[in-house]
Design a protein. Structure first.
Length: 341
């Protein structure tokens, strides 16, 4: 690789040759993490912005492309990363599936449910390994939370609340992310992480009732709602809420991606960096080692076994469906069942 600082690799380790479609900031983060994984090698990178492809190629020692079909025609690929804006999903995934390549795709998986379901169907029919970038599922705090919720004396889940407050909408005037037709808004593009974690910890979400408003940001900061309040009904009978805004100060991330669960007599507070479980006045900090979603994906490709992937494509479609149901509920001013979409 281009950095020249790769860890020594076991002689018998099978190399996994990876291509990237999309070379923006998110993709570059994955590239940096892949550089530390023995046996992972980035061989081709593609972006519609030539400068981004060139920068990524220089950083990784890969070949730069501006046409993803030309990249996918390489005979030496083992897997593909798709790190694309929400509105760009669809055709690139179809091309990857046609070539029978395992792939990692960033969240959300699409802008609309029909596109996501078509891709999911093709993935299933092809028997392909596919991983969605819900990396919070692989945190040590997530392992500790699931273990706590599964304790024999844990009691049923009664209430789950999620919070995603940040200043992204304020910091990116004119960006596609703050344009509803291109991103689907904050719940689809950003707070999908929180919704996904609520599903992963508390179970499937059956129904939503959402209220949105454009209350804070001026018009030059896009046309998306900037405050969101969503009531949730879980399939297991529990209730929940999600509050989200991207209109606070851009440097304040203290209330982003938090989940609280009341189960039996206990409650837990989850974040990506830690877990607190409370029982009466007693509180306990619990932790487990973090996992790298990139390392899990590379190992799954190498073994041809996706059993360790906690965020398969079909599951990513279900998280998208909850966010789209919330958008539809806010539009109608009425509850929407997720399965009715």
């Amino acid at each position: 690789m281009g950095t020249g600082n790769q860890p020594e690799q076991p002689a018998d380790l099978q190399e996994v040759r990876i291509a990237f479609i999309g070379c923006g900031r998110n993709a570059r983060g994955h590239m940096r993490r892949l550089e530390s994984i023995p046996g992972a090698r980035i061989v081709g990178v593609c972006d519609v912005v030539p400068a981004l492809a060139g920068e990524a190629a220089s950083a990784t020692g890969a070949t730069a492309y501006h046409d993803y079909c030309a990249l996918l025609d390489r005979p030496d690929l083992d897997a593909v990363y798709l790190s694309l804006p929400v509105f760009a999903h669809g055709k690139p995934e179809m091309a990857v599936i046609e070539r029978g390549l395992p792939f990692f795709v960033e969240k959300p998986v699409a802008l609309d449910l029909a596109t996501a379901q078509e891709i999911a169907g093709r993935v299933a029919r092809a028997g392909l390994l596919a991983c969605v970038g819900y990396q919070l599922r692989y945190c040590g705090s997530t392992d500790a939370a699931r273990e706590s919720l599964a304790m024999p004396d844990a009691g049923p889940i009664g209430l789950a609340t999620g919070t995603y407050w940040c200043g992204t909408g304020r910091s990116q005037p004119g960006h596609w992310r703050t344009t509803m037709a291109r991103s689907g808004g904050q719940l689809v593009e950003q707070a999908t992480h929180t919704l996904d974690m609520m599903r992963f910890l508390a179970g499937e979400i059956a129904e939503v009732f959402a209220m949105y408003s454009r209350q804070v940001l001026p018009p030059e900061f896009g046309d998306c709602p900037d405050v969101h309040a969503v009531a949730l009904r879980f399939a297991g009978g529990g209730a929940g809420t999600l509050s989200a805004t991207w209109a606070i100060h851009p440097e304040d991330w203290s209330r982003a991606n938090l989940v609280d669960v009341a189960f039996g007599e206990r409650r837990l507070h989850w974040s990506a960096t830690g877990l607190t479980v409370a029982h009466g006045r007693a509180t306990e900090e619990r932790s487990r080692p973090d996992r790298s979603i990139d390392a899990v994906f590379v190992d799954a490709v190498r073994r041809g076994d996706g059993s360790a992937i906690r965020s398969p494509y079909a599951d990513g479609v279900r998280s998208l469906a909850v966010a789209l149901a919330a958008n539809e509920s806010a539009r109608r001013g009425a509850p929407v069942r997720v399965e009715a979409l």
